[in-house]
Design a protein around this ligand. Structure first.
Ligand code: UD1
Length: 430
């Protein structure tokens, strides 16, 4: 098992470059198979979830050429398996995007029900409702979602919950439907806009992405494009909270500050200084942090994917903070781990009541999922002494070179495997 061993207590200081947005890239890679032309996608993060999806896309017969670490060319002309059966698909949540992409292009798709981080029940009923509204016959059999239509017809779809995945999936299928589709109560996340921009660059006709009403005029076919993915707002926010929790001074570069507004606002509320530049944000945490309340909400609200990271900072802030999770019900699994480091947090339903403590002390903890894993690393960096975080494969699903980037900011940490290597690190660090 791969682990991080961390000697905490140093403020993080310096500059860090943010990569492309994982969640945008997942949608865009899947959409890349919707034409028979070759599409070139740049600024793809080199993280496990992305690499698994790329393998899955290759597994269904698309030609994928990794031109460099962050650039991929995809040609979906020879997709031979509409019945997507490969081991990679089940591993990641975002394989559901192959449903919308294949249904739009071939009017038929059969994809295993997706896996992904265990952060609560993750239904896909809204995706299926959207496909049905477009005229597809959709059923679930033997663990597969099977969707089929003679032809897809534009429709008026009102989403019952704001969902990123369903919004993008319906957008993909509707791009190649006959006539007009309107998605109401659509998600407004930056990656919805990025996916729409990508599809438009392939010849789709999507208007209104980034608002809660998206209008799609179906087109006959899509064509070649070259496209660069937006920066990852969650990776950026993670480093911003790492700066806050370690009393550091970090400039995150290659970001769109507008996408970070909810994070920035909370950092200012708890006592950090935040300076915005055109494509960078600097976070300075020089005074003590103080409490606040935060509730996760769809964009432009505070992102659920930043909830564990802010909770770590609040657990080190004076006073009582309240964190309410309104998107996923099972997202407080890291709280017991943080308690081992000295945090004082009580969870009641979807609310965590955090009584700030002066300091954490290093402990052996377990990453329960991707973002919680990143948050535990932040906690370890802020703690006195040595912290070991187990199961860091979760963190690698979504962060490229996490430990290298943190080390470039002064973190003392290594990726290790087993007690011997942990001891070696202890001896080295002194
Ligand atoms: C995506 C992100 C994830 C992020 C989440 C919210 C990817 C691969 N993952 O996940 O990192 O935490 O957005 O920003 O992009 N829901 C339904 N029915 C559905 C679909 C969703 O009830 O058919 C509910 C979910 O249970 C959840 C809420 O809607 O409570 C939001 O889910 P959604 O935005 O779809 O999240 P994901 O696409 O799974």
């Amino acid at each position: 098992m791969e682990q991080y061993v961390i000697k905490g207590g140093n403020p993080l200081v310096g500059e860090v470059e943010i990569g492309g947005a994982k969640n945008a890239a997942l949608a865009i890679l899947a959409a890349g198979i919707m034409t028979d032309d070759t599409v070139v996608i740049e600024n793809i993060p080199d993280v496990k979830d992305i690499n698994v999806l790329i393998q899955a896309i290759e597994g269904i017969g698309a030609k994928v050429d990794r031109r460099d670490r962050h650039t991929v060319a995809i040609n979906g002309a020879n997709i031979d398996a509409l019945n997507v059966d490969n081991e990679y698909i089940k591993k990641i949540r975002a394989s559901y995007y192959l449903l919308g992409a294949l249904l739009g292009k071939y009017k038929k798709a059969s994809v295993p029900l997706p896996g992904g981080c265990n952060i609560g029940s993750r239904p896909i009923d809204q995706h299926l409702k959207g496909f049905r509204a477009l005229g597809a016959d959709v059923k679930i059999e033997h663990g597969y979602v099977i969707a089929e239509a003679k032809s897809l017809k534009g429709s008026h779809i009102y989403l019952d919950v704001v969902t990123v995945g369903a919004t993008i999936n319906i957008m993909m299928a509707a791009s190649l439907a006959q006539g007009n589709t309107i998605i109401e109560n659509a998600a407004k996340e930056p990656h919805v806009v990025d996916a729409a921009n990508f599809l438009n660059s392939m010849g789709a006709n999507i208007k209104g992405a980034g608002t809660d009403v998206i209008r799609i005029k179906g087109v006959q076919s899509l064509h070649r494009t070259e496209y660069s993915i937006i920066p990852d707002q969650i990776e950026a926010g993670t480093f911003m909270f790492a700066a806050a929790a370690t009393k550091g001074d970090v400039t995150v570069k290659n970001v769109i500050p507008k996408h970070l507004e909810a994070t920035t606002a909370k950092l200012i509320e708890i006592g950090c200084e935040v300076e915005e530049f055109d494509d960078a944000v600097r976070v300075v945490s020089s005074k003590g942090l103080h409490h606040t309340h935060v509730k996760t909400l769809p964009y432009p609200g505070f992102p659920t994917d930043m909830q564990p990271q802010i909770a770590v900072a609040l657990a080190l802030s004076s006073g009582t903070s309240i964190v309410t999770e309104s998107i996923f019900e099972n997202r407080f699994k890291y709280v017991d781990e943080l308690a081992r480091m000295g945090a004082n947090i009580k969870v009641e339903g979807n609310t965590a009541i955090i009584n700030g403590v002066e300091r954490f002390t290093g402990a052996h903890v377990n990453a329960p999922d991707l973002r919680a894993g990143a948050a535990l690393v932040i906690a370890g960096l802020a703690a006195e002494g040595i912290t070991v975080v187990d199961d860091v494969h979760y963190v690698e699903r979504g962060y490229e070179c996490f430990e290298e980037k943190l080390k470039s900011l002064g973190a003392q940490m290594e990726k290790v495997s087993g007690e011997k290597e942990i001891q070696k690190f202890r001896l080295k660090i002194g």
